[in-house]
Ligand binder design. Structure first.
Ligand SMILES: *[C@@H]1O[C@H](CO)[C@@H](O)[C@H](O)[C@H]1NC(C)=O
Length: 256
């Protein structure tokens, strides 16, 4: 069901973005000199848009599949975007991550819930308990129900997760606007997982290949991590998850 919708969708999105990008490249070039790496001449040669498949990188995880489009494709580079598709099994949870670019998420089919942090790492997002003994509550994570047909915009650097609570695969196509001025890390699409142990769906994106455990906590020493979170070293090791084979989409227990 998802497939026939995707090609026209991608072509439509690309056309829209190419049109706005061409204007943006002109004015950006004037404003920012060499920020835009592709020459206008090169992108001017693009005469028609072609449908392309997400056959660049594929991650088979416990709870679903992630496929990306080749972001070095000329059309995508000229539009300044990268694209990825996730197909999440019923009961599958896509672990929280953020990227260097603003994103548009188009839910193609299925239903689920999505959680998003509004002010990442802001201490004020945790409210003081009103009475002694009450737990701290996270106030600034928004949780929404989502279903096929929804489009969600996510600013650069905002962490989010989503979960398939339905009975059919949840399919989402995610567009990263890497050429956006909000992207401060160069033109490659880069996703940073806050949990789990997975490779980047856009390829290594210039990252070190040899690191063990590939979430944002992997590079921190176990003892420091344990101290910062106030947990035991074994728990800190679980946060880094170097031996976790489930990758970026995990099955949530408690469902039959
Ligand atoms: C990605 O596209 C480039 C051309 O833009 C091509 O040279 C390269 O082989 C492609 N990579 C994959 C893995 O398809």
């Amino acid at each position: 069901m998802g497939k026939p919708v995707i090609k026209p969708l991608v072509v439509l999105l690309l056309s829209l973005i190419l049109v706005s990008e061409c204007a943006a490249i002109h004015s950006q070039k004037r404003r920012m000199g060499q920020r835009v790496k592709l020459s206008l001449e090169e992108c001017g040669e693009l005469e028609k848009l072609e449908a392309i498949e997400p056959d660049y990188y594929r991650i088979e995880a416990e709870g679903g599949v992630t496929e990306s489009w080749n972001h070095t494709n000329k059309m995508l580079r000229c539009a300044g975007v990268a694209l990825v598709r996730r197909t999440v099994k019923p009961g599958g949870l896509v672990l929280p991550s953020y990227t260097n670019a603003p994103q548009l998420m188009y839910y193609v089919q299925g239903s689920g819930i999505q959680g998003m942090t509004i002010f990442p790492s802001c201490p004020e997002s945790f409210e003081e308990p009103e009475e002694a003994g009450q737990e701290y509550r996270e106030q600034h994570q928004k949780v929404h129900e989502i279903r096929g047909g929804d489009i969600i915009a996510i600013p650069a650097g905002i962490g989010y997760w989503f979960y398939n609570n339905g009975d059919v695969p949840l399919v989402v196509v995610i567009l990263l606007h890497t050429n956006n001025v909000a992207n401060q890390l160069g033109t490659l699409p880069r996703r940073f997982y806050i949990a789990g142990n997975t490779e980047d769906e856009h390829g290594e994106g210039g990252r070190e290949k040899s690191i063990s455990g590939r979430n944002v906590f992997s590079g921190i020493s176990l003892n420091l991590l344990a101290q910062v979170f106030g947990v035991r070293v074994e728990t800190a090791r679980k946060i880094q998850g170097p031996d976790d084979k489930r990758k970026n989409i995990v099955m949530v227990g408690g469902r039959s």
